[in-house]
Design a protein around this ligand. Sequence first.
Ligand SMILES: C[S@@+](CC[C@H](N)C(=O)[O-])C[C@H]1O[C@@H](n2cnc3c(N)ncnc32)[C@H](O)[C@@H]1O
Length: 247
Amino acid sequence: MTPEQLAAQLRCPSGEHAVEVADRMNEANGPLTVRAIGVLDIQSGDAVLEIGPGNAAFAPDALRRPGTHYTGVDWSGDMVAAAQRRHAGLVAQGRARFLRGSSDDLPFAPGSFDRALAVNTLYFWERPQRHLAAIKRILKPGGSFCIVFGDPGFMRDLPFVPFGFTLYEREMVERLLDIAGFVDVQAHDHHETVTGNNGETVARLPPAVRPCRLSRPAPAIEEGRSPPKDRTAGERCRCGSLSSPPR
Ligand SMILES: C[S@@+](CC[C@H](N)C(=O)[O-])C[C@H]1O[C@@H](n2cnc3c(N)ncnc32)[C@H](O)[C@@H]1O
């Protein structure tokens, strides 16, 4: 697959390569998505919306608490079909649903969700203000939203990025969230290291789909802690912006 073809698949996984691309995204981005779900601190009974989940491999992680309900909205019909197949049991139980749509035109009543997340989707939004306004609209007062995006310092070197990705510094996203009316914005850095078979710290994830910088980790800002001193390689990205809409 050429970088241009891969970029198109990452934007909207479709056709014969869709399942393969979804599997690769799950391997590369799974820890990040699970982290975002953890940051959201989902409570019993919460309704959770994920924007652009692909085949929604991590939906069960959002459904650990009793009475929770998951909705995945993806603009790829192939991903919606794959998620429905993958989670047919959850759908049959009424715990999950998967819909085709876009986050700038969400087909839900205002205040329908307690929690929302969007992982590695921001790059494709032509007018991000519209998407963020739509997401805020469907959140309940006091609900929260986690948007996750890669550090431009790493992303801009990826071969597929020139083909339709728009990159954002954290400050830009915080400004967009502010304009959309989100409050209490918090930022979290996400670091990952993997130990290879020879004991060295290596990057396990295929560079083509890894969302974040492979480098010495930046100082962690979360809870004022610094990363462990012995880290020699790390995946750095912005798990940006846990927010609550205004009352
Ligand atoms: C790069 S993939 C990321 C998938 C997964 N969240 C991850 O991090 O591995 C982007 C996914 O989001 C979907 N997508 C992007 N923008 C979207 C939007 N505004 N509304 C719905 N789906 C969107 C694409 O179809 C694709 O499945």
